[in-house]
Write a protein that binds this ligand. Structure first.
Ligand code: 6PG
Length: 475
């Protein structure tokens, strides 16, 4: 037995992670249900490092040094449970099973419990960065027992991305916390992409800019405080010309956004936790709306009402859009970090938001300069009531707010949908408001259902006898 790590499930992500381990000098045992994929990997990339080819689970397990470490890279759901079952039967106390898929964190909580009952260590690890990241350095979010991380951590850290010498991998917390954090990462990825989409749509429809010019705008924004992987690749996608038609590729792609489910999970969890993660919510709903093609077709001729004019100062409006994008992004991240804090509290995970921001600086899809500012914000004050209140972000958003309002007003007047920009601005306005109409909601609940209310001027719980003289009583 000489392999430090085994990888089972050798589709693209699995193969690339296995190669990444080998390239870093680790001996990697390979296993796949169909041996053809294993052979293909060794054929094409065998020279990159030290691989051990195995056919059966028994051979695979026997190839591993103890404690055995196996990374599962198969489809989330039933396939993952099946592989875990097979591995667990063949493994011994103290061995480590790592699930590197996009598993639902509640499944990970269940699996960790099942495995620990059998004396095995189970690590649910979120891995972000797509195919290239898997090969060249992803961001890794491993949960599970701390002892498992002691033996596994150095291995994972060696293949992760690094920023300023710091690995984009750290022990997140117990059981499902790694997959929970990866889920919120994906939700934020949805929000980022929705905001980029709204900015693009405004540049196109409000300002009538040609697509190649819009690509230039994003390229320019990528040297501002918006600098990030997603902004960078937006310029790339917008610059692509379709070979068949000579049109911008974006104009021949069907405008129905797909989703595999992690964004939806984030919103469901936000609802359960009672956290207003509105930015991610708008992003998920926008994808759903875009995909309702029949309904959209039927609604296509609906009256727009009188529409406003194109803004006269193009450069000013481009800059307004940039500010609106930035401010809305701050809101989306503030909400995402609130959700992480709420999850941490609910499940007793003791998560450190600054540590999450640190490992998201490189390797993952939402990697950005911006994350450094988040790290600093939590370094300064680990108990920030909201990221929006960190001095740096507060200042940035307060400077952006006039632009933000102009963008939402103009979009509304021109009939251009900006759900994420608008709802983020409303979130900001609600958060900073002195009084909210929730007082009226409480009054109504008390009227029809005797649900009671609290008063601003004295302790206690009260109810008004609405149909009996309308006097107030203590409940
Ligand atoms: C990542 C990505 C990755 C995947 C998403 C895409 O972090 O590397 O988030 O996990 O590309 O699942 O999600 P949708 O198909 O739902 O857009």
């Amino acid at each position: 037995a000489r392999a430090q790590i085994g990888v089972t499930g050798l589709a693209v992500m699995g193969s690339n992670i296995a190669r990444n381990f080998a390239r870093h000098g680790h001996t990697v045992a390979l296993h796949n249900r169909s041996i053809a994929k294993t052979d293909a990997l060794i054929d094409k990339h065998g020279s990159e490092g030290d691989f051990v080819r195995t056919e059966t689970i028994e051979e695979f397990i026997a190839a591993l040094e103890k404690p055995r470490r196996v990374l599962i890279m198969v489809k989330a759901g039933d396939a993952t449970d099946a592989v875990i079952g097979e591995l667990a039967d063949a493994m011994e106390e103290g061995d480590v099973i790592i699930d590197g898929g996009n598993s639902l964190y509640t499944d990970t909580i269940r699996r960790e419990k099942e495995m620990s009952d059998r004396g095995l260590n189970f690590v649910g690890a979120g891995i972000s960065g797509g195919e290239v990241g898997a090969l060249e350095g992803p961001s890794i979010m491993p949960g599970g027992p701390k002892e498992a991380y002691d033996s596994l951590g150095p291995l994972l850290e060696s293949i992760s991305a690094h920023v300023d010498g710091t690995p984009c991998c750290t022990h997140i917390g117990p059981d499902g916390s790694g997959h929970f954090v990866k889920m919120v990462h994906n939700g934020i990825e949805y929000a980022d992409m929705q905001l980029i989409g709204e900015a693009y749509d405004l540049l196109r429809k409000a300002l009538d800019l040609p697509v190649d010019k819009i690509a230039d705008v994003f390229r320019e924004w990528n040297s501002s405080d918006l600098e990030s992987y997603l902004i960078e690749i937006t310029a790339e996608v917008l610059s692509q010309t379709d070979a068949d038609t000579g049109k911008p590729l974006v104009d021949v792609i069907v405008d129905a956004a797909g989703q595999k489910g992690t964004g939806r999970w984030t919103v469901k969890s936000a609802l359960d936790l009672g956290v207003p993660t509105t930015g991610i919510g708008e992003a998920v709903f926008s994808r759903a709306l875009s995909s309702a093609l029949d309904q959209r077709k039927a609604a296509n001729g609906l009256e727009s009402g009188t529409l406003g004019e194109t803004p006269t100062d193009t450069d000013q409006f481009i800059d307004d859009i940039r500010s609106a994008l930035y401010a809305s992004k701050v809101v989306a991240y503030a909400q995402g970090f609130d959700q992480i804090a709420a999850g941490s509290k609910e499940y007793d995970w003791d998560l450190h938001p600054g540590a999450m921001a640190t490992i998201w600086r490189g390797g993952c899809i939402i990697r950005a300069q911006f994350l450094n500012r988040i790290v600093e914000a939590y370094d300064e004050n680990a108990d920030l009531p909201s990221l929006l209140l960190a001095p740096y972000f507060r200042d940035a958003v307060e400077k952006a707010v006039d632009s933000w309002r102009r963008v939402v007003v103009t979009a509304t007047q021109m009939g251009i949908p900006v759900p994420a920009f608008a709802s983020s601005l409303s979130y900001y306005d609600a958060l900073r408001a002195d009084r909210l109409p929730a007082a009226l909601t409480q009054g109504l609940r008390d009227y029809f259902g005797a649900h009671t209310y609290q008063r601003i001027d004295k302790e206690g719980t009260f109810h008004t006898l609405w149909s009996e003289g309308r006097t107030e009583v203590e409940a």
